[in-house]
Design a protein around this ligand. Structure first.
Ligand code: GLN
Length: 343
C-alpha cells in the first residue's frame, strides 16, 4: 500500500494469504495433525487453572479482510492471561506514545522466566520487557486514569474493542490468582521502590490480575491479533482501535519478547511475532495478512502451549507467513521438542 506522508510517497508490502479454500483446509489440517499430541502439562500455580481439560484444542485464522477459519474448540472460553500484556501495551502506547513507554518499560528480552524478580535486580530496577510480569505491571500502571476502577474499565473496554465484543472477567480465576499472587505483589512493590510505578502498587496488581482473568476464545484472540495485522482496524467490526504506528511497535516487541525466554528460538523456527498465555492461548500475527489464535492448555517448561506452537509452526510454513522467508523452506522443529521439561 502506498501513502503520502509529509509529501513523501511511502509504501508497505506484506504479500497475501492463499485463497480462502486453501486457508480453510490448512486450518483443518493443523487441527487434525496435532489434536492427538499429548505432551506438556497444564499450569497449576494459579490453583483453579489446574482444572483445565488438557484435551481441549482450537485453531483459528482471522484474515485482515474479516474472513474466519476455525477448527476444534475455537469458541471455548479461557482466561487471556499474559496475552493481555500485548494489547494493554498497545493501548498504553496509543495513549502515551512510543518514547514514554520505551523509556519507562523497555523493549528487550530479559532472557529469564516471565515472573523473574532477578531480571529487574540485574537491570537496576528497569523492567526491560513489557511482556513479562514486571514490565506488564509497569505498563498497566501507565494507563492514564483518575482511579483504579477507571483504569480497569479503560483496559477492559480497550481489549473488548480489539476482540470486537464485550469481554467479561472470570471471577473464579480472578479470585484464585488474587489469593496466590504474592510474587506479583512483590514485583509491583519492587517496581515502586525503583520509581517505576507512581501509584499504589497493590492496586496495580489488582487491575493487572483482572486484565489477565478476562475470558476469551481462540476466535477472539485471532481477531485481536488480526487487528494488529490490519494497522489497528478490527477487521470484523471495522472500528479503529489503535494507530498503525502502535501496531508496528507492538509487533516488534512481540517478535523480541512474546514467547518469554524462548522468543529467539520461536522467531528462528517460526518467524512470526506472537504472544502466549499460561492458560494455553497463543496469538501469532502476520502483518498485513491476518492472525492465528490457538488454545490448548498443556504447556512446555517456558509456559508456552505445546499443541499451539506446533499448529502455528505448521500454519506459518504452509500459509507462507514467516516474515523472514523469501522462498519455500524446509520444515523446522518447533522449540518444544528441543527441551525435555514440562511446566
Ligand atoms: N496472570 C498470570 C501471572 O501474572 C499471567 C502469566 C502468564 O500467562 N504467563 O502470573
Amino acid at each position: 500500500m502506498e501513502t503520502d506522508v509529509a509529501g513523501v510517497r511511502q509504501a508497505v508490502s506484506t504479500g497475501r494469504l492463499p485463497a480462502w479454500d486453501r486457508v480453510e483446509a490448512l486450518v483443518a489440517a493443523a487441527y487434525g495433525r496435532y489434536r492427538g499430541h499429548g505432551a506438556g502439562a497444564v499450569a497449576d500455580y494459579i490453583p483453579v487453572l489446574a482444572e483445565a481439560d488438557p484435551g481441549l484444542f482450537g485453531v483459528v485464522v482471522a484474515e485482515v479482510a474479516g474472513d474466519m477459519h476455525a477448527a476444534g474448540a475455537a469458541d471455548v472460553e479461557f482466561t487471556i492471561q499474559s496475552i493481555s500484556k500485548a494489547f494493554v501495551y498497545a493501548l498504553v502506547c496509543d495513549q502515551l506514545g512510543h518514547d514514554v513507554v520505551r523509556d519507562r518499560v523497555g523493549v528487550d528480552n530479559t532472557g529469564l522466566p516471565f515472573d523473574s524478580v532477578i531480571a529487574m535486580e540485574l537491570n537496576d530496577g528497569h523492567p526491560m520487557n513489557p511482556m513479562v510480569n514486571a514490565g506488564a505491571l509497569a505498563t498497566t500502571a501507565l494507563m492514564p486514569a483518575a482511579s483504579p476502577d477507571e483504569r480497569w474499565e479503560r483496559i477492559r473496554s480497550g481489549l473488548s474493542r480489539f476482540a470486537g465484543r464485550p469481554l467479561d472477567i472470570d471471577t473464579t480465576v480472578f479470585r484464585s490468582e488474587s489469593a496466590t499472587n504474592h510474587r506479583n505483589r512483590a514485583l509491583a512493590q519492587l517496581l515502586e521502590s525503583y520509581g517505576r510505578i507512581d501509584i499504589d502498587p497493590l492496586r496495580v496488581v489488582d487491575v493487572y490480575t483482572r486484565q489477565c482473568a478476562l475470558r476469551v476464545s481462540a476466535r477472539d484472540i485471532a481477531v485481536m491479533g488480526a487487528t494488529l495485522a490490519d494497522g489497528g482496524v478490527n477487521p470484523v467490526t471495522g472500528e479503529r482501535v489503535v494507530t498503525p504506528a502502535v501496531c508496528r511497535d507492538t509487533l516488534s516487541v512481540l517478535a523480541a519478547t512474546g514467547m518469554y525466554e524462548r522468543s529467539g528460538e520461536w522467531l528462528f523456527e517460526i518467524g512470526l511475532p506472537a504472544k502466549s498465555g499460561v492458560s494455553g492461548g497463543i496469538v501469532a500475527v502476520a502483518p498485513g495478512k491476518g492472525a492465528i489464535g490457538t488454545f490448548s492448555p498443556p504447556l512446555d517448561s517456558a509456559g508456552n502451549s505445546v499443541r499451539g506452537q506446533r499448529a502455528v509452526a505448521y500454519l506459518s510454513r504452509t500459509l507462507g507467513l514467516n516474515v523472514f522467508a523469501s522462498e519455500v523452506h524446509p520444515p523446522t522443529v518447533p522449540p518444544t521438542t528441543q527441551r525435555s521439561g514440562t511446566a
